[in-house]
Write a protein that binds this ligand. Sequence first.
Ligand code: DGT
Ligand code: CA
Ligand code: ZN
Length: 580
Amino acid sequence: MKNQVIAQIFNEMAELLDLKGENVFRVRAYRRAAQNIDGLSRDIATLSREDLESIPGIGKDLAGKIREFLDTGKMTQHEELKKQIPQGVLELLRVPGLGPKTAMMLYDEKKIKSIDQLESLTRAGRLAGLPGIQKKTEENILKGIEQIKRGAERRPLGRVLPLAEDLVTQIKARAPVDRITVAGSIRRRRETVNDIDLLITSKKPEKVMEIFVKLPHVGRVLMHGPTKSSVITEEGIQVDLRVVEEDSYGAALQYFTGSKQHNIKLREMAVRAGLKINEYGVFKEPGDKKIGGKKEEDVYRALKMPLIPAELREDNGEIEAALEGKLPDLVSIEDIKGDLHVHTKWSDGSHTLEAIVQGAQKKGYQYIAVTDHTKGLGVAHGLDEARLAEEIRVIDGLNKKLTGFRILKGTEVDIRSDGSLDLTEEALTGLDIVVASVHSGFKQSREQITGRVLSAIRHPCVSVIAHPTGRLIGEREAYPLDLEAVFKEAARYGVAMEINAYPLRLDLNDLHLKTAKDYGVPLVISTDAHLLDQYDFMTYGVSVARRGWVEKKDVLNTLDVDSLLKKLKSCRAGKARPGQ
Ligand code: DGT
Ligand code: CA
Ligand code: ZN
């Protein structure tokens, strides 16, 4: 899919226009377009001109540019802009937190053209004294460089999984394959992954390999063999394709799904039981008689265990649990009855209330919570008390017309730097759900940030804490929150913690969730959708939950609407306040 490539080009154009000192609205238009293209779940190349123009933020002009790129592989205006700005400056802009003005200055003053050069000069203290450079700036530059280096190795699942699924579709359509599965860390749904591991069976493996190395996605072929080939895609991601025998398919799938630690432990257990397990099958010693391998269950059955769900295979207690018959009954996407964090045009979402309701009904949901931002978030056109009241009146009107579906009246209220909420208690009274979150002051101390979140939890009307740690994978570290203190208080007040399913957030993450479960904190899984397509992010949230051993009973939005409202803490009309 070219979605990411095009989004990257638009982002780069925004940077370039910004560097040239262009009108901020123009710059913002490109950023918004990039964001919306990145959020599409459909392949942009398959969209008609009309469909393109219906993407929020994309008009005739940008649609034309997208078409041009799809047809010719180039965008004239992008090429021209690049000629006007030195390549070195663009390179420096990749450092998070390094703005256009500073990048331009570093290039002019010190002829810094690469990130490596920037790193060594910063470390040598050679930036000191340059205009606008302070101790803090230098620290931030080094931090940013470190982030790039880490991020370059592993990529967010949300960027790679769609590509992997697309490859599967293309291979199935073109090559004579019988079975095909994505294995490795993608199958385990780790939040970041290194490469794409594909496994297939086929009666004509060599034919499959020939087609694979020539797929339109492929940028470079690393290896082309009769049963294994590796390529690098245009996006720079390595894909390994292996053909295995039908009779070994299960054993190979088990082996190449990993994790390595999980596999090693199983194989050691096998040896102790007089068995041998490898990627070809399960064998009984002595004599090496094959006793299984066609199905993945064979491997686990040989060790007297049920099949362990791929998301749990991290040697994190799952093998012991399986042996004792105590594997969790993991929540699944079918259990989800509604989305509790959705934005509309009333703040910075792209669609009307009517449109997001239709989208949710199409997904088979029974409810959604409309949670637009509040006034403190000026960039998001946050609502003040009066506009929220207006939005609520419109929702009341819509609810009267709906059957079998309910719009929950909510807000995503900003937790201000002092821990107070961005709306009066009066404005929150009567809402079905109040989602509270931190959007600023990330650099506060651990005590301060923890204190802020704790005050939100103790507020009588708060139902959910959204994206509790604020991290953005590969872009922004979590703020220093004392999660144990937060979980303890959340359990006490009955406030739910969100698993934000937005692929770069996944916040809480899998590790946090095991702790949250220990404290008995109620959970919700929500997408934070700003675009209809983003309802589909729910699957990432569910994957994180599964990796965190979360069961259906732990997740409030698996309940029907009445039971949900009974469980949610809120100041909803007719609901007794906690403690009363
Ligand atoms: P990644 O690619 O770093 O995100 O993580 P994985 O888990 O996909 O790792 P990868 O691609 O290196 O290998 C795929 C699977 O192959 C891995 O999950 C388990 C299996 N595997 C790789 N190396 C070994 C090994 O040395 N021993 C065993 N038992 N299994 C291995
Ligand atoms: Ca892998
Ligand atoms: Zn939100």
